[in-house]
Unconditional design. Sequence first.
Length: 176
Amino acid sequence: MKKIIAFAGSNNRESINKKLAVFAANKITSVQIKILDLNDFELPLYGIDYEKKFGIPENAQRFLDEIKNSDGIVLSLAEHNGAYTAVFKNMFDWMSRIDGKLWNNKPMFLMATSPGGRGGASVLKIAKERFSLMGGNVVAEFSLPFFEQNYSFSGIADSDLRDSFSHEITKFEKAL
């Protein structure tokens, strides 16, 4: 059975992006799902001086191992000022010091959501461009605007967004 990991690029315990990542992962059939939380992989702020003195933190290696041991990745990125959250960028930076192609060409369903109308579009654009240079294989993507209006525990309310989401899930499943 294929194994996928799902996580949000956020350390907010009530993250709307984590809700979306978990929702998406649970829509994928015939896979083993492991939900990761960046809070379980705390890291010092990346800096070359820290790395020279102490080396690579174990939590960076543990997270990278989760990626390497998976068959696919579901990632929903939170957007802070149009870019990655600091906690995600820090994890990303540490992992890149271990393996520059850290995504290991694993099929990825890349998403973002936000309370606003752009649905994390800026961070998705940044991620797609950067990830492709670092072993990223984004096979599906989805942006959910106006999270509070468009999402509930039972699913995505807007029919056009729901259809788009279903189409992207299918693309991801086929890539696995």
